[in-house]
Design a protein around this ligand. Structure first.
Ligand SMILES: NC(=O)c1ccc[n+]([C@@H]2O[C@H](COP(=O)([O-])OP(=O)(O)OC[C@H]3O[C@@H](n4cnc5c(N)ncnc54)[C@H](O)[C@@H]3O)[C@@H](O)[C@H]2O)c1
Ligand SMILES: O=P(O)(O)OC[C@H](O)CO
Length: 349
């Protein structure tokens, strides 16, 4: 494959780790940050100390604080801003991006006020068809990717050719294996909502519960993610894949997880604002809990774990009362019909 010029917007943990994968694959990476001190550190010391201490960054990565310089000749642009900043950074970059550049994002969340998926936000700001936007997701902590530990991810686009181009850019046979999936909605919703369940897993561990509780959260969390995803138009089978169960496992069981760590601090009784301040990195599950709570009502989907997390985060419910509410729900069957399944295009024929 020919090596390409690729822009990465922004230089947080995940943007930096993915820049390293692209540079390892021989591509020339321009990594944009709004912080000049961070840009100097990346260019002169080959490190990004705040987000990935210990990682040595290859020469194929050049940092810049000029967003037009980052994107102007790029054949692909990868957006990895927190969901809260995606529209703002896309708007800044928009007029400088080549019309034929492949647009990829690796962000896990919804836009809070509109509840839009990130591909919709990018399509709107960049004046591109949403069908051509690619999302990269799956079980992948930046800390392990920069150590080149074996990692498998999925790239999804309604235009499968766009997903395959992204697959070629990121895949290598040393440590980064990439699958494609045409289910953009499923991969984006799975990646966003798993962070709610990871907060719950952190809470559960912080309260001193064991593996039984964790397994319950992962499996029943998966059920509610799939219910909402299917109602939003996703292929239910996507939730059995890397973006679904794969990412739930990694985020609910790893101490690298920002969402898990935030949940475990909440269990110690720290107020949410203090937890977020201590984290100093984006904890997408907090905003996503609010978004999913509204989406569940809008799509008439039952999401009991999300509802309890919402009450703990935003209504002052104590975690032990939330556990009581979940354990005390009325009895039910395990295998429910996935909401809207009969109307779901993926399940027809
Ligand atoms: N860290 C991971 O291992 C990982 C893995 C997969 C997906 N993700 C997803 O990637 C996204 C980014 O997460 P992260 O872990 O890299 O976050 P991070 O906290 O490590 O970095 C976020 C970066 O965004 C910058 N930023 C914030 N607001 C900005 C704005 N308005 N303009 C410009 N820059 C701004 C910050 O300065 C920081 O550099 C999230 O959606 C997260 O869920 C993260
Ligand atoms: O550290 P977290 O909780 O933001 O999770 C990071 C990734 O989404 C794991 O796949």
């Amino acid at each position: 494959m020919a090596y390409k010029k690729i822009a990465v917007i922004v230089a947080g943990s995940w943007g930096t780790a993915l820049s390293r994968v692209l540079a390892d694959n021989g591509h020339q990476v321009k990594l944009w940050t709004r912080n000049p001190v961070q840009a100097d550190e990346i260019n002169n010391e080959r490190r990004n100390g705040k987000f990935l201490p210990g990682a040595v960054l290859p020469k194929g990565i050049t940092a810049t604080t000029d967003i037009s310089d980052a994107v102007k000749d790029a054949e692909a642009v990868l957006f990895v801003a927190p969901s809260s900043a995606m529209r703002e950074v896309a708007r800044q970059a928009s007029s400088y991006i080549r019309k034929d550049a492949l647009i990829i994002h690796a962000t896990k969340g919804f836009e809070s006020d509109t509840l839009k998926r990130m591909s919709t936000v990018l399509a709107e700001e960049l004046a591109r068809p949403e069908d051509e936007v690619v999302v990269l997701s799956g079980p992948s902590h930046a800390e392990e990717v920069v150590d080149r530990h074996p990692t498998t991810i999925v790239v999804a686009s309604k235009e499968i050719g766009c997903a395959e181009t992204a697959q070629d850019l990121f895949m290598n046979d040393a440590y980064f294996r990439v699958y494609t999936n045409p289910d953009l909605i499923g991969v984006e919703t799975a990646g966003a909502i798993k962070n709610i369940i990871a907060l719950g897993a952190g809470l559960s561990d912080g309260l001193g519960f064991g593996d039984n509780a964790k397994a319950a959260l992962i499996t029943r969390g998966l059920a509610e993610i799939a219910r909402l995803g299917a109602a939003m138009g996703a292929n239910p089978l996507t939730f059995a894949g890397l973006a679904g169960v794969g990412d739930l496992i990694v985020t609910c069981t790893s101490q690298h997880s920002r969402n898990w760590r935030a949940g475990s601090m909440l269990a110690q009784g720290l107020p949410l604002t203090d937890v977020l301040e201590r984290m100093g990195m984006v904890v997408e599950g907090v905003r996503t809990t609010k978004s999913a709570h509204v989406l569940a009502a809008r799509h008439n989907v039952e999401m009991p774990i999300t509802d309890q997390l919402y009450a703990v985060l935003f209504e002052g419910l104590s975690p032990d009362k939330a556990v009581g509410a979940l354990m005390g729900r009325v009895r039910t069957h395990e295998i429910e019909e996935i909401a809207s399944a009969s109307r779901n295009k993926w399940l027809k024929g």
